[in-house]
Design a protein around this ligand. Structure first.
Ligand SMILES: [Fe+2]
Length: 361
């Protein structure tokens, strides 16, 4: 390659990287500083290109911190998880993405099955992420845990009234159970966990019982179920813990008021444990910046980052050396389902099928 051609190509590359940063709407990326020393430094230090379906301020702050510590710039493309997976498939070898980051183990498992990820070697990740929260071939790693719990109206229900997910199908809860639609991946993973632990028949019976006891046709997200309890539409809801934390700490006074009326209950403590899922990430099959991608995942699994996920986004750390934040600790310790997260992906299609069969909307 002659010098002029090389120069032209480097300019083109710089422009492409800048464009990607601008398109991603990532406010970590500083204003483009064409031809300045800062720009050269950024380019020398390298980049990591991320496709993520997560949408939390905590993540943005962590990415910024990673750049500060390593000099590696994080270019962020945000989107719906299925959209991003389709995009990765479509782009194939040409993809810019080095890391795929999403909020459900089922989706991570799918990404692996579709051949979108690659196995990596990292002693740090193996030490920081327990075995049941990462892929058996190290194609993806859980980075935060979320518990799917029961929340209840403190003025109408006491913790003594509650026990298991299964008990929500009993007569006493007829017309009182709030839960979102079967289209939602968190519910699909919940049912997938029941298939894995109790078998398909028991899982279907549960889903049928929940549909029978629903306070209304499913609508809205987890937070909307909590709001419906406060509005008196039902007495109990199934919800991820971090949404409850977000509501308690919300800038919206109404959300705080709703959350204050509710209690958190960890079901199945005497049986097979509360359902947990992970948010996690893997290095893409065609990553161009593999080393940076691994460093990025290692950083997110570090004690420092894990503490932030817990403090600021109310998620449970996966790193066993990190204690949950004060708020999470105040809800108490709990026993989680003893499942490898891959099971959630393995039984996703079966879960969706049986939810459709019982007409869970
Ligand atoms: Fe979520």
């Amino acid at each position: 390659m002659n010098n002029r051609k090389f120069k032209f190509l480097s300019i083109l590359f710089t422009l492409a990287v800048m464009l990607l940063a601008a398109c991603s709407g990532n406010n970590n990326s500083a204003e483009p500083e064409t031809g300045t020393k800062a720009d050269e430094e950024t380019k020398d230090a390298g980049v990591v290109n991320l496709y993520t379906s997560r949408h939390y301020e905590t993540d943005d702050a962590l990415f910024e911190q990673f750049t500060e510590e390593t000099g590696i710039k994080v270019n962020v493309v945000k989107g719906e998880e299925d959209e991003l997976m389709e995009r990765l498939t479509r782009e194939g070898e040409a993809t810019e993405a080095d890391v795929f980051y999403t909020a459900d183990a089922g989706r991570l498992h799918w990404a692996k099955e579709k051949g979108l990820l690659q196995s990596i070697e990292s002693e740090t990740l193996e030490a920081n992420v327990p075995e049941n929260y990462r892929d058996i071939d190290n194609e993806w790693f859980g980075l935060t845990k979320r518990a799917r719990v029961i929340v209840y109206a403190k003025d109408r229900v006491t913790p003594e009234d509650l026990s298991t997910y299964e008990a929500l199908t009993e007569e006493q809860w007829k017309g009182k159970v709030l839960i979102r639609s079967s289209e939602n991946i968190y519910n699909q993973s919940l049912v997938a966990s029941f298939i894995s632990l109790n078998g398909a028949d028991a899982a279907k019976e549960w889903a049928q019982g929940i549909v029978n006891n629903m306070a209304r046709d499913p609508e809205g997200g987890d937070r909307d179920q909590a709001k419906a309890i406060a509005a008196g539409e039902g007495d109990v809801a199934v919800m991820n813990t971090y949404y409850f934390g977000q509501m308690l700490n919300s800038e919206d006074a109404e959300e705080v008021k709703v959350a204050e009326q509710l209690g958190v209950f960890f079901p199945n403590q005497e049986t097979n444990g509360t359902h947990v899922n992970v948010s996690g990430a893997g290095v893409t099959k065609h990553a161009k910046n593999k080393e940076n991608a691994i460093k990025f995942l290692e950083f997110l699994s570090s004690e420092e980052a894990q503490g932030q996920f817990s403090e600021a986004n109310y998620e449970y750390p996966v790193n066993p050396n990190v204690e949950p934040s004060e708020l999470l600790a105040s809800w108490g310790d709990f026993k989680a389902q003893d499942l490898n997260m891959s099971e959630l992906g393995k039984y996703n299609a079966d879960a969706l099928k049986l939810m459709n069969e019982v007409e869970w909307k």
